[in-house]
Write a protein that binds this ligand. Structure first.
Ligand code: ATP
Ligand code: MG
Length: 417
């Protein structure tokens, strides 16, 4: 038997309805913030991610699904959404219209990782990117969108923020970090040893217990910010306070991807057993230029929907969603089945999910089926009902019944709604 590839998931009926509810809740919240959806290719040229995500990131170093296509072009399955959005904004000159430009996406991403709870090789993300707004108000507004989504989904999260400075203040910080980690280089993992010279900031994000323990005592970005970056962070805090959004400053947050500057933040789920990042984001003012576009600031976040689902399951807050028919029209004989088909179609025009026998079951088996599918009402059509033009509508849970006019579909629709 052929099985699905390691690290992928099948989303089956029963669960897919919950995914749809999550996506609908997210989209409705994003609408309130004036975001528009952007849909992009599932694969891009590998070069985009190398430049856009950063050569020293885990994603580019170890996790990309890259291959040569038949024309010997290096192609990579999308490991994240931001680089593709920036590519599209530049390629389609989207930043020439009304600014700021506010975009969102619902996508699947691919990363070659060790699968575990909340970590798969194909996973789902909701993400937003906003271009052309540099004020800390934009940072707060984006964070507030994430916050509202979690609130609307009924999930408990805590917000952690940090600032990782800018081009001007980061070199001084890099040097301080480099000097600190250089003193304990024997203890660093091989990857971090390599990062020490290329990008010591990355070491703060390493998941190995030894590196992570060393990172605890490392110099903090917030102590090295230039006056502009420090002011930006103080303003952001003011805006978050005004929104009533609680946060803590966590100096260890640097984000897994290379392109961030100034504000970085994570929402941590309080519902999933171990401390888990369910959404991460930040400001990336240099990225558009880095990818060959105009000088244009950007900020965004990506929310892991696989982890949102885990959290929902853990809180037992799954919404009651049912696709049960409102009415099951049982039939006896071919004429009656034809009529039940017509009736079901007519009822659909009134927005009623009405089902009928498509299998050719006995009446007893049909009623059993109606029960199994959770139909709220049923009626039976036979030769005598067709002749009289009347049938009996039965409420499946109370057993109450009443006579209906088969031709009066509008009335039937009202009764079963
Ligand atoms: P982590 O530290 O958990 O590896 P990350 O920093 O690599 O996360 P991002 O690139 O910021 O994650 O992606 C944003 C969100 O996407 C994460 O917060 C997480 O919820 C989700 N995510 C990332 N990788 C995976 C994965 N392999 N499987 C499921 N969800 C993921
Ligand atoms: Mg990761």
């Amino acid at each position: 038997m052929i099985q699905k590839p390691r690290g992928t998931i099948d989303i089956l009926p029963g669960e897919s309805e919950v995914w749809q509810w999550v996506e609908k809740t997210i989209k409705e919240t994003a609408d309130l913030y004036g975001y528009s959806e952007i849909r992009l290719p599932t694969f891009e040229s590998s070069e985009l991610y190398k430049r856009g995500v950063g050569e020293t990131s885990d994603v580019v170093q170890k996790e990309m699904y890259s291959f040569e296509d038949n024309d010997r072009r290096s192609i990579t399955l999308r490991p994240e959404g931001t680089a593709g959005v920036v590519r599209s904004v530049i390629e389609n000159s989207l930043a020439t219209g009304v600014m700021p430009l506010s975009l969102y996406y619902l996508i699947s991403c691919f990363r070659y990782e060790k699968p575990e709870a909340g970590r798969s090789r194909e996973f789902y993300q909701f993400g937003v990117e906003q271009f052309g707004a540099q004020n800390p108000a934009a940072d707060a507004n984006v964070i507030s969108l994430g916050y509202d989504i979690f609130k609307n989904l009924g999930l408990n999260v805590s917000l952690e923020i940090n600032s990782i400075g800018c081009r001007h203040c980061r070199p001084k910080y890099h040097k301080a970090l480099h000097d600190y980690f250089d003193n304990c280089r024997e203890d660093l993992c091989d990857t971090c040893l390599d990062r020490l010279n290329k990008n010591p900031l990355r070491i703060l994000d390493c998941k190995s217990p030894v590196c992570s323990a060393l990172a605890e005592k490392a110099p903090k970005t917030v102590d090295y910010l230039c006056p502009e970056c420090a002011a930006h962070m103080e303003e952001l805090k003011k805006y978050l306070d005004a929104a009533g959004i609680k946060y803590t400053v966590n100096p260890k947050i640097v984000r897994g991807l290379d392109y961030y500057q100034r504000t970085v933040f994570e929402f941590i789920s309080e519902d999933i057993g171990s401390k888990s990042t369910i959404c991460g984001g930040g400001r990336y003012d240099g990225l558009v230029e880095e990818l060959g576009g105009p000088k244009l600031s950007g900020i965004g976040f990506a929310m892991g929907l696989t982890r949102v689902m885990l959290a929902l399951k853990a809180t037992d807050k799954l919404p009651e969603i049912s696709n049960s028919p409102a009415l099951y029209i049982a039939s006896m004989g071919d004429n009656a089945r034809l009529k039940s088909f017509e009736m079901s179609l007519a009822l659909k025009k009134h927005g009623i999910n009405a089902s009928f026998d498509q299998v050719g079951r006995s009446l007893k088996a049909q009623m059993k089926y109606a029960d199994k599918t959770g139909a709220r009402f049923s009626c039976v059509l036979g030769d005598s009902e067709l002749e009289a033009g009347k049938a009996t509508l039965k409420n499946m849970s109370t057993g109450e019944s009443q006579e209906i006019d088969i031709a009066d579909v509008e009335n039937i629709a009202k009764l079963v709604k």
